[in-house]
Each structure stands twice: as structure tokens, then as C-alpha cells.
Unconditional design. Structure first.
Length: 606
């Protein structure tokens, strides 16, 4: 199954992937970063899955999200009739601020509805705990099947008795036009009794309440008419990646979906990168979602409590600091792409740019009227002072290379951003701080980047000091306000990236001969391709910008989702899916195009 053949179910604390044939092949409960109980996407034979779909040949499959929701409808047409499968991770409780709370026992609802004729439907339910390593103990009670494995327990509620065959529950049943056959899956820790015993008859109400939640949330969105559907789908995807109990934001709901099929660039993205989180908050703020920004601000304050010198690039969704990377050798990997990794060793890297991202987002929140608590300003002063002390140090950079630290130009620019946003807080919002010292350091960074980051022989900015290679992260320089896109040096850099890093209209992060500590080979990077859209818009090349934006929109799957990368050789999406970076950039580029040519074009920090 191709990565783009999946659709996301989300409830703002966990996530599932549903395939085109109605199989849930990825599900982590009760949190994004919990061990998966269905992981067939990483190993079809061992991972576990839950399929609902026609028993016979399917002539046509179509699907959609209910408008302005994360509720998925898949319609199967067969020779004997048509049925619709509705899938929903339940979100039932809301507070006046719009925050979501998980429905009791983390309910997954699946309803098969007869549309026309009669269709024989198969159900195959085979949970496998801890990423397929634990075969569950299964037993029937009433019309439910309980599966227990170690600390986890799942209860599957059905409208009729299911057959138990080893470590799976199955059923085959006929659905005629007008029938609704509902199933509910509820999670609870195995040492505790289930808090509720839902009936399949509750399915319609649960779906209705979840639909209300999502539509209420979209109703608060500030978005212009052009590309509204595309922007809203991206914003919904981002909202679904927020762990609402804490406010933390994951980079993607999956692990080890490869950046190159059969390769080793397989990473666990189910954690909160400060960089990714700040990008997410930036775009949500631009569309009026201040509640999420406030929740993330409190998450940040709790998470980075202590010495800013100890700031990490990523954390767990509750602020956990230890995210040990290890491999799961019993899993075959997506299309034999090994290893499958859990945790992420990049947590130990020093990445200078994240300081700039954090300060930039807090600056945006301040501009949006979300005045930070006094203690958070103390944290920001500590962050800027830390940047002043360490901006000359090499780091591992935005791409988290595993070849060792370098003096990356993008990192130095983001150090400039961190100090610049601190200065703006003092100059524009009356905060107190050592502004003169900060101004001096900001000027030093700018002078050094313009001197050492621009290679006169190449005629452009380069990846790192003393190098002659390009890097797509350089496209961010005008987007954060460091230099105008129309500056001859930046214009030449954009043109060089178009010439050397663009493949089939899309942007590579860097060429294969660039050392990063890993075997070469990956897809084009969608975030960078959207950055090129933004730069072209700032240059006034609106026809080119719109053409590239249209090309990027065409890469989305049938329900509007994007992975991290796109392999132009294989014409398919690659990398973890769906990827927050890609959907952030889509919404941002749409805004950049809408504001192009205005007196104040879209630019971060402006």
C-alpha cells in the first residue's frame, strides 16, 4: 500500500491510519507516542490490523472527510451493491476555549452503512501490542472481545457475536440498503477495569458529537476564500497533531516511514520538536487560533523550566526529555525499509536554529495580543543570552545531520532571529533587557553571515562557512526578515537553488554528494518546495509562484494529505505521514500568495 493510500484519523491525543481498502494499519493508544497496537504499515504479517470492507471484488473505491472534520467516509462499490464505511476517533467533550478532551476510553468508531443493494462484508480484527511483538490474550464477554497484552487492553464492541480464531476476531455479514452496522473499539490500561461499556447503537451520537467539535473549531478560522478548502484541511491536520491534554505538538503521527524506499533514513517523528511546534503555532496564530498558542506557551514554560542552557531540540508530548533511540528488529519495515526505529537520537544534538524559532513564535504570539506571563519573559531573556554566548559554536543544523557539527548559515541566521525578536520585545512592547548588548551581537552575526556565508566564487549564499554547496534552508533567509529577497545576493541564491536543487519542479534539501553521515538518497523536500513558492512571491514572480504552488497541491492524496517528501523518480510520497512541516508550509504559502503585491507582504517577524 502506498503511503498516500492512507488517510489520518485524529482526536488530538492519538492517531490512526486507514488504508483505501478499509484497514486500520496504524494505531497508537492512548497517546501519539504509545506503542502501536496496529502496525501493519510496518509489517503486514506481524504488525496487526483491523479491516472492514467488502468480502468480494471492489469495483470502485472513493473517500472523503466529512466537510470541516477529521471523520472519514470510504465508499465501496461492488457488483452486488454499495456500502459506506465511516471511521472516527471520537472527540466528545469541549470547553469554552475550544480545547478537546478525549472521549471515554479512547473510542474508535467504525460504521458500515448500506447504500444500494446487498454487500457481504468481512471484518478481520487482529491487534498486536507493542508494535507487533506481543500476541494478545483474547476472550469474549457478551458481544465484546477483550484483547490484553502487558499493560494494554482493547475492548471491541460489536452488534453480534464475533468468531475467535487464535489471536484474531472475525465476522462476515450482509449489509442491505439502509442498514447501519456499528463497531466500537475502546482502550484502557489492562490493570484497570473499563470505565464505560459503550453500545454499538451509540455510534451515531458519538460521530455526531465529534462532527460538532471539528466544525466548531473550523468555524473560528480566519481564512480568505481562495484555497479555503486546502488551507482548512491542512489546519485540521495540524490540530489533529496537537496533544490537547498538554498542548504539545508532534511532528508526525508515525515512525520509520522511509525517506527513500528500502533505505535507512527512517525516523520516529511522534515527538515535539520545538522547531516544528513553533512553525505550527505560527500558522495557527495567523488564522486566529490563539487558544492553541496559549496552551503551547504553557507547555513550553513547563518543558524548558530551568536553565536555558539545557534547552533541547525536542521533547516528549508531556515534556519528557529522554527519548532513547532503539530499533525493532522483528518488524520488516515499510516495503522492507529497515531499521524500524523508536525514539530519536537527535534529541542530544545542539541545533542553534531552534532558539530563533522559539523566539519568533513567542514574538508572533505577542503581536497577536497573547501577552506572555512574566516568568516566560525571564525564559526568553535566558534564551537570548544563551544564543549570545553560543552563536559562534558549530551545530548539527536544521536537517539534523549525523556527520558532525558545522557552521551552518541557516543556523547563524536563526541565531540572529532569536536576538532580533528579543530586541523587538523591548523596543515595541516595553520589556526590560540588555538591549544594547543584544544589538551589538545581532550586528556581529549579520556582518559575519554576509561575509562568511556568501561565497563570492559561487555567487550565492552557501550551506556552511567555507563550503561551496547549496542548501535549501537558505530559502528561509528572506522569509524570517534577515535579508530582502530582492537583494542581489539573495536573488542569486534563489536562482542557484532553482538551477541546482530543483528536480521535476520540486526542491531537494541538498545534493547527494553533501555529507550528512548517512547513505545518499531521499526524495524532494516539500517544506523547501513551499519555501521556494514564498521566495518567488517576494520576488514578484507570481506566475511562477502560483504554478509551483499548483504543482505542490497536485501531490496531495485524494483526501488532501502530504507526507514529508516526494520521490520524483517513483512518483510517490515518502517519509512520515502526514507531516506537520508540509501542511504548515502549504497554509503559509497560500497566505503568501494571497498577500503578494500588498503593502505588507507576508513575512515572519514583520
Amino acid at each position: 500500500m502506498l503511503i498516500e493510500d492512507y488517510a489520518l484519523l485524529g482526536d488530538t491525543h492519538s492517531a490512526a491510519l486507514v488504508s483505501l481498502d478499509g484497514s486500520i494499519d496504524w494505531l497508537c493508544l492512548p497517546r501519539f507516542d504509545s506503542p502501536a497496537c496496529f502496525a501493519a504499515i510496518l509489517d503486514e504479517s506481524k504488525g496487526g490490523r483491523w479491516r472492514l470492507g467488502p468480502a468480494g471484488e471492489v469495483l470502485e473505491t472513493s473517500r472523503r472527510y466529512l466537510p470541516d472534520t477529521m471523520i472519514l467516509e470510504t465508499t465501496f462499490r461492488t457488483a452486488s451493491g454499495t456500502v459506506k464505511l465511516t471511521d472516527c476517533l471520537a472527540v466528545e467533550e469541549r470547553d469554552p476555549g475550544g480545547a478537546a478532551a478525549p472521549a471515554p476510553d479512547d473510542l474508535l468508531v467504525r460504521v458500515v452503512t448500506g447504500i444500494e443493494g446487498t454487500v457481504s462484508v468481512d471484518m478481520h480484527y487482529a491487534p498486536r501490542f507493542y508494535f507487533g511483538d506481543i500476541l494478545p490474550w483474547m476472550r469474549k464477554h457478551d458481544r465484546a472481545v477483550e484483547a490484553v497484552g502487558g499493560p494494554d487492553s482493547l475492548d471491541l464492541f460489536a452488534p453480534f457475536e464475533l468468531d475467535l480464531q487464535g489471536h484474531a476476531a472475525t465476522a462476515t455479514f450482509d449489509v442491505v440498503a439502509g442498514d447501519e452496522v456499528g463497531f466500537l473499539l475502546a482502550y484502557h490500561p489492562s490493570h484497570l477495569a473499563a470505565k464505560v461499556s459503550p453500545e454499538p447503537a451509540d455510534c451515531a451520537e458519538i460521530i455526531r458529537n465529534t462532527e460538532i467539535f471539528w466544525r466548531d473549531w473550523v468555524g473560528r478560522c480566519e481564512v480568505e476564500d481562495e484555497w479555503r478548502e486546502e488551507i482548512v484541511r491542512s489546519l485540521l491536520t495540524l490540530k489533529a497533531l496537537i496533544y490537547s491534554p498538554s498542548g504539545g505538538i508532534v511532528a508526525a503521527p508515525t515512525t520509520s516511514l522511509p525517506e527513500a524506499i528500502g533505505g535507512v533514513r527512517n525516523w520516529d517523528y511522534r515527538y515535539c520538536w520545538l522547531r516544528d511546534s513553533t512553525f505550527t503555532l505560527e500558522v495557527l496564530l495567523e488564522h486566529g487560533y490563539t487558544d492553541e498558542a496559549a496552551a503551547w506557551r504553557e507547555w513550553l514554560l513547563r518543558t524548558v523550566a530551568g536553565d536555558p542552557e539545557d534547552l533541547q531540540i525536542m521533547y516528549g508530548i508531556l515534556g519528557e526529555r529522554k527519548l532513547f533511540e532503539h530499533e525493532l528488529p522483528w518488524l520488516a519495515g515499510y516495503e522492507d525499509s529497515k531499521p524500524v526505529r523508536i525514539g530519536n537520537a537527535a534529541v542530544n544534538q545542539f541545533q542553534l536554529d531552534v532558539y530563533g524559532e522559539v523566539m519568533d513564535t513567542l514574538h508572533s504570539a505577542r503581536r497577536a495580543g497573547l501577552e506572555p506571563a512574566a516568568e516566560l519573559w525571564e525564559v526568553q531573556v535566558g534564551i537570548v543570552d544563551s544564543v549570545c554566548a553560543h552563536w559562534r559554536d558549530p551545530d548539527w543544523g536544521i536537517w539534523e545531520v549525523r556527520s558532525g557539527p558545522e557552521h551552518f548559515v541557516h543556523s547563524k541566521v536563526m541565531a540572529w532571529v532569536a536576538i532580533d525578536r528579543g530586541i523587538q520585545a523591548i523596543e515595541q512592547f516595553g520589556r526590560a533587557g540588555p538591549v544594547e548588548r543584544w544589538r551589538e551581537t545581532r550586528a556581529e552575526i549579520r556582518a559575519e553571515v554576509l561575509d562568511r556565508g556568501f561565497n563570492e566564487n559561487v555567487g550565492s549564499f552557501v550551506r556552511c562557512y567555507g563550503d561551496d554547496r547549496l542548501d535549501a534552508s537558505l530559502l528561509a533567509l528572506p522569509l524570517v526578515g534577515f535579508i530582502e529577497a530582492t537583494d542581489p545576493r539573495m536573488r542569486a541564491t534563489i536562482e542557484a537553488i532553482e538551477r541546482d536543487l530543483v528536480v521535476d519542479g520540486l526542491v531537494l534539501r541538498y545534493l547527494d554528494d553533501t555529507p550528512d553521515g548517512l547513505p545518499p538518497g531521499e526524495g524532494t523536500f516539500l517544506l523547501c518546495s513551499f519555501w521556494l513558492v514564498d521566495c518567488l512571491a517576494l520576488l514578484g514572480r507570481l506566475d511562477d509562484a502560483r504554478a509551483l504552488f499548483g504543482r505542490l497541491l497536485s501531490l496531495r492524496n485524494d483526501v488532501g494529505l502530504l507526507a514529508e517528501q516526494y520521490d520524483t523518480r517513483l512518483s510517490r510520497q515518502v517519509g512520515n505521514f502526514p507531516q506537520a512541516f508540509s501542511h504548515i508550509a502549504l497554509a503559509t504559502s497560500a497566505q503568501a500568495l494571497q498577500q503578494a503585491g500588498r503593502e505588507r507582504p507576508f513575512k515572519r517577524g514583520a
